[in-house]
Structures are given as structure tokens and as C-alpha cells.
Design a protein around this ligand. Structure first.
Ligand code: ATP
Length: 354
């Protein structure tokens, strides 16, 4: 097992900075997600933890030891694997035992370790089969087996489920998470899929353009987004962003949008200027009692719920409501927002105003 600390880590490729001064801590045994859009620097961050890239500056500690400038071979903690990188000419047993055999481990011990990994993964019956004819799921299990036998302190995974179709992906995600819970080894997992990160992770780092936008539990990140970027990236449909202008004192509990007073969580800082009122679709209700009005411009039926899109004076709003509730395109409706869950953002800086 391993605790990993990233401190002020930066990575330049020539003139280009892929990762800007990053700091975060991965606790021992955590399932930790590096999440962000393509090119944000998550793979580079993972490769620096593995020792496949060396940071331009900053420190990386693994179990208290500074390893930032050590190559992968000297870290002896992490094992990066790609699910489908199997040796096609070898059978399952040989694929799994390969890392141990190449280390020179005695044959009896190799057999024992392979048997144990196969038992954990439930693939005892296919050990003597060639990998060529295996299903996608079994190929993934074999690749996992090859990682497990080395008994690493830490697993590093880069989009391991990226190539799978949606249904199977969900199944393998659950299997990976269960495996982690049984083995307890620290896992660092790169994904651009916010749902996968939310479902699997104990903690998430959200990155954008080489910068850490937020670091926290899935719930922190969903309920208290630190920036407009995070609020937009996490959740589907995305949070609603209503533009307005106001002058707010410390302790303010309401804002004014198009002459209507709307509640917000009490502010700890004053703010004067252009703001965004951020509210998630599930926290919007249609209510005739509300003076804040919009015109329904679209409805999308999703079975038990529906997404209703409305045009308001401050921008478009989507509400996720029960599909039994009437909402017709062209109709004027009152909108009621759950003020306790609202986040305000500074329009210019994009950060949350608390
Ligand atoms: P993706 O999901 O597309 O892999 P990512 O968030 O993992 O995205 P990285 O692979 O870390 O992103 O890349 C971050 C940026 O650094 C990208 O703009 C990429 O082109 C650049 N980059 C990565 N490796 C190198 C390299 N060896 N030389 C130059 N630029 C690089």
C-alpha cells in the first residue's frame, strides 16, 4: 500500500507547460481519480507518479520518500497497465506469470501467485486457454491478473475502460472497484468520464489546462464546485448558469434576478459585479407561486423524469422534474430554485463566491 503526496509539481515540454504547480495527497488505500478533458495533463501527472516522466520542478513523495527524480525502475511501487496489452502468442497462465518469470522468481512460487490471482479474479478455468479467443471481459481480467501478481503497492491506470462499450464498461467499473475493495491497494485512475469518476472514486482531482480546479470527494465536487468549469464538467445535464449583476454584503442570503428575490446560502465574502447564479436541474421546480418566470422551449422525456428547458431573462434553464408534471412548449411557467443548493460564480474569474 502507498500514500502519495504531490507537492508543487510542474511539467514543461519545451515551451509548453502540461502541468502547472499541482499539489494533492492520495491516502493509503484510496481509489483516486484524475479527471478532466482531453489534454488537461492527467496522463502526464500519472506518468510522473509512475516515474515515466520526471517533473520539471516540485516533489513527489511515496510513503514519505521523495522519488520525484527517480526513474520508474527505482520506485518499485507502481505498476501501470493497459487492459488490452496482452501477449497474443501466450496463453492466459503465461501472460499472468510473465512479470514474475522475468524477475527470476522460482517456478513453484510463480504457480502459487498465479493461482491466487486467478482465484481473486475468478478465471481459474481459463488459465490454459490462448488469449486470442477470449471475450473482452476475460482479456481485461487477464491484464488485471498480470498487475496483481506483482503485488504492487499501488495501481496506476490510464483510461482502462476507454475502449469498451457503455454497458460492459459499467460492469467492469464495478468489478474494478470491488477488486480494489478486496485488495485495498492505493489506485490512481485517469479518466475523462465524469460519471466514471463519480461512481468509482473515493477522491477526485479535477484538472483543466494543466491546473487543478478542485480536489475532494465526489460529493464535495458535485455539491460545492469551486469553479464554473467544475460545475459545468460534472453532472448531466450540466448546472444552469443565470447571468445577473448585484451588490452583495457579507451575510447576504438573497440576490435579485430580473426584479425577483432569490435565496442563496449566506455569503462569507462581499461581492459587487457580474455574477452567475448556478443551480442544478434537479433543484429547479415549476411552481405557479413563483414570480420568476420562463417560457418552455423544449421537453425531453426520460421515463420517470423529464428535462424541461425554459428561456428566462437571465438565460436558459433546464429542470429535471417528474414526467407526470405538465409542461408544454410555448407555456409560461414560474420557476422555483432550491436556494440552499445554489452556487454563485464570479463571471470574470469563473470561481465560486462563497
Ligand atoms: P488525454 O486524455 O487526451 O490523454 P490528458 O489530460 O491525459 O489528455 P496529457 O496526455 O497529460 O493530457 O497531455 C497534456 C498536454 O501535454 C497535451 O497538450 C499534450 O499534447 C502535451 N504532451 C504530453 N506529452 C508530451 C510530450 N512528450 N511532448 C510534448 N507535449 C506533450
Amino acid at each position: 500500500m502507498a500514500e502519495i503526496v504531490i507537492q508543487n509539481v510542474r511539467k514543461d515540454f519545451g515551451d509548453f507547460t502540461a502541468v502547472k504547480s499541482s499539489s494533492f495527497r492520495i491516502e493509503d488505500g484510496e481509489f483516486f481519480m484524475l479527471l478532466g478533458p482531453s489534454g488537461c495533463g492527467k496522463t502526464t501527472t500519472l506518468r510522473m507518479i509512475a516515474g515515466l516522466e520526471l517533473p520539471t520542478s516540485g516533489e513527489i513523495y511515496i510513503d514519505g520518500e521523495e522519488v520525484g527524480q527517480k526513474p520508474a525502475s527505482q520506485r518499485d511501487i507502481a505498476f501501470v497497465f493497459q487492459m488490452f496489452a496482452l501477449y497474443p502468442h501466450m496463453n492466459v497462465r503465461k501472460n499472468i506469470s510473465y512479470p514474475l518469470v522475468s524477475q527470476g522468481m522460482p517456478r513453484a512460487q510463480v504457480r502459487e501467485k498465479v493461482a491466487e490471482a486467478a482465484r481473486i479474479l475468478g478465471i481459474e478455468k481459463i488459465l490454459d486457454r490462448p488469449v486470442g479467443g477470449l471475450s473482452g471481459g476475460d482479456r481485461q481480467r487477464v491484464a488485471l491478473g498480470r498487475a496483481i501478481v506483482r503485488n504492487p503497492k499501488c495501481f496506476l491506470m490510464d483510461e482502462p475502460l476507454g475502449a469498451l462499450d457503455a454497458e460492459f464498461r459499467e460492469h467492469m467499473a464495478e468489478e474494478l472497484r470491488n477488486l480494489h475493495d478486496r485488495m485495498g491497494a492505493t489506485t490512481v485512475y485517469v479518466t475523462h468520464d465524469q460519471l466514471e469518476a463519480m461512481q468509482m472514486g473515493d477522491k477526485i482531482v479535477v484538472m483543466n489546462h494543466g491546473v487543478i480546479e478542485q480536489f475532494g470527494t465526489p460529493q464535495d465536487i458535485y455539491d460545492k464546485p469551486a469553479s464554473r468549469f467544475v460545475a459545468e464538467f460534472i453532472g448531466s445535464p450540466s448546472m444552469n448558469f443565470l447571468k445577473f449583476h448585484d451588490s452583495l454584503e457579507v451575510g447576504a442570503t438573497s440576490v435579485t434576478l430580473h426584479h425577483e428575490t432569490l435565496h442563496i446560502p449566506a455569503l462569507r465574502e462581499p461581492f459587487d459585479g457580474d455574477m452567475i447564479y448556478g443551480v442544478r436541474p434537479e433543484h429547479v421546480r415549476l411552481s405557479d407561486a413563483s414570480g420568476y418566470r420562463g417560457e418552455v422551449i423544449a421537453t425531453e422525456y426520460l421515463g420517470t423524469t423529464q428535462i424541461v428547458t425554459m428561456k428566462t431573462h437571465n438565460g436558459e434553464v433546464k429542470a429535471r422534474i417528474g414526467s407526470e408534471q405538465p409542461a408544454r412548449v410555448g407555456e409560461s411557467v414560474g420557476l422555483d430554485f432550491n436556494g440552499r443548493t445554489v452556487t454563485l460564480f464570479d463571471t470574470q474569474a469563473g470561481r465560486a463566491i462563497r
